[in-house]
Write a protein that binds this ligand. Structure first.
Ligand code: GYE
Length: 333
């Protein structure tokens, strides 16, 4: 026992010496016991590298994050990458150079982050993934991934469709408007949807193309589909904005959205819910953009030296037309 105690004391002494030699004085870094930064909230600086402003979801997400930081009194440096990975990487490098305390970002695509995340790790800056995932094998490159289960969202969209056509064996021709190519939500929603309908040979995705999660993109791709496809029964738009663009294209082609062509979308932002309650969209799977409060919670925990789970999944629901009409007055975004 005595020997073990001696070893412990020697170890503690060595750690104290190491702290001394790296920073001059042991307390210079402000680190408390256990390595927790324990900074006053007002002294914490977080760099947030946002994807862009491509959709209603993104606008709501940006506002919620900015409002949550203001309310918590934590400093926020915010950048908009205009949907370009290279811009996000530069923003993250600049946050590293400025020596922020934490970096949070929503990766526009899944691949290609190992180098810059390695730089953040080497600089000792914890990274929090919000909303979208990266495909890095080394999970020590980030503290946690806070966001939705996109496979589940795609699956719920497909499940609704299967139920809608239950007992019918006529061909159901589906066109899919994909989100940003290579992004986690586009990949995963596509996977979940395909999985849900695969047991029904009469249901076929006859065309699938990216509309980049924008209204203009959704409209343009839908116009092309309406010209090239002889019969379209259903549109699966991987977000509301592309679905809203598709509605414009369908109406311009003299058809009735929601009736002649059924529409399923993901997000449940205000304009999507409005179109759902008007009968122009048939079903929406919710994806909550309100991640700000949870992000603040994670930062507070890390600041206090607590651990956070590697994956935090947001709670979500789905909406039929009747449910949208009921929910609309109380929606926050
Ligand atoms: O569904 C879409 C946005 O990453 C969950 O990105 C987000 C998606 C959202 O552009 O509208």
């Amino acid at each position: 026992m005595k020997k073990a105690l001696g070893l412990f004391t020697a170890g503690a002494l060595m750690m104290a010496l190491a702290a001394c030699s790296s920073s001059g004085t042991p307390a210079a870094s402000g680190s408390a016991a256990g390595g927790a930064p324990n900074k006053a909230l007002g002294d914490i600086v977080v760099g947030f590298a946002q994807v862009g402003a491509e959709s209603g979801w993104r606008t709501a997400n940006t506002k919620d994050i900015q409002d949550s930081f203001k309310a918590a009194g934590i400093q926020l440096k915010f950048s908009d990458a205009q949907q370009k990975q290279e811009n996000q990487i530069s923003a993250i490098r600049s946050y590293i150079q400025q020596g922020v305390d934490y970096i949070a970002f929503s990766p526009v695509v899944q691949t290609g982050w190992d180098a810059v995340l390695g730089e953040a790790k080497a600089a000792g800056i914890p990274v929090i993934l919000t909303d979208r995932a990266v495909d890095s094998k080394d999970t020590s490159l980030y503290k946690t991934f806070l966001g939705s289960d996109f496979v589940k969202e795609g699956k719920e969209a497909g499940d609704w469709l299967v139920k809608e056509y239950e007992g019918k064996s006529d061909a159901v021709n589906i066109v899919q408007l994909e989100g940003t190519t290579g992004s986690a939500p586009a990949i995963d929603r596509g996977t979940g949807f395909a999985d849900a309908i695969k047991a029904n040979p009469n249901m076929k995705v006859v065309a699938s193309q990216t509309g980049d999660f924008t209204r203009a993109g959704g409209k343009q791709v839908m116009e092309a589909f309406l010209k090239s496809q002889p019969k379209i029964d259903v549109v699966f738009a991987q977000n509301d904005d592309m679905g809203l663009g598709a509605i414009e294209a369908i109406e311009a082609a003299g058809k009735v959205p929601g009736k002649d062509i059924k529409i399923i979308t993901v997000d449940a932002v205000h304009d999507g819910m409005q179109a759902l309650s008007e009968g122009k969209i048939n079903f929406i799977v919710e994806c909550s953009p309100l991640l700000g409060a949870q992000l603040i919670d994670i930062i507070k925990k890390l600041n206090a030296g607590e651990t956070v789970p590697q994956r935090i999944v947001t709670d979500e629901t789905t909406f039929t037309q009747e449910q949208a009409t009921e929910a609309l007055p109380n929606r926050k975004y």
